[in-house]
Design a protein around this ligand. Structure first.
Ligand code: NI
Length: 178
């Protein structure tokens, strides 16, 4: 745990490789995210949804829409990694994405999207042979100049979902909204 409100569950862990047990745990987190995120925002008012989760940070609503966008990219990256030889994925400007008009939509739109998306994302990960080579399939992030594996992709996004849920639940606690 850390006092930095940006990282309520701590920074993304390194190295991002999973043991077989860790993989099962991460997969469970992928399947749990839609319900966890729904619960994190449940009952919040318009004003509460428009509150930044930290000073100068995204609003609760933007955090929810960001998770949908980030995990749509994760889904595409996974499909690319499973079907191409070390594909170079497309980075995107997440802070600019968060300023576009669709971030004003009610969070339910993205909660539903994430629910459907994680059914597919989780099913795809779950379909991979635990002892198979697919977990080592590489993909490259050009902005970071690094090559990762499918295993790392699961670790990254299992963490990423929990990271943003915790930003919202930590805000609720600080504000006494629960
Ligand atoms: Ni994020």
């Amino acid at each position: 745990m850390t006092a930095d409100p940006r990282y309520p569950i701590g920074p993304m862990p390194t190295p991002l490789t999973l043991t077989p047990t860790g993989r099962v745990e991460a997969l469970g987190q992928v399947f749990a995210l839609p319900a966890d995120l729904f619960e994190a925002v449940q009952g919040l008012s318009e004003a509460q949804l428009a509150t930044p989760y930290r000073e100068g940070g995204w609003t609760v609503r933007q955090v929810v829409h960001h998770v949908a966008e980030s995990h749509m990219n994760a889904f595409i990256r996974l499909k690319l990694a499973l079907t191409e030889d070390n594909p170079v994925v497309k980075p995107y400007e997440e802070d600019r994405w968060a300023t576009l008009a669709d971030h004003e939509l009610v969070p339910e739109v993205s909660l539903n999207l994430i629910d459907a998306l994680h059914s597919r994302l989780g099913m795809l990960f779950a379909s991979l042979d635990p002892q198979g080579d697919d977990w080592a399939r590489p993909w490259t992030h050009p902005a970071q100049g690094r090559t990762y594996s499918v295993d790392t992709l699961l670790a990254m996004y299992a963490w990423h979902g929990r990271h943003h849920v915790a930003q919202i639940t930590a805000l609720r606690e600080r504000m006494g909204w629960s």
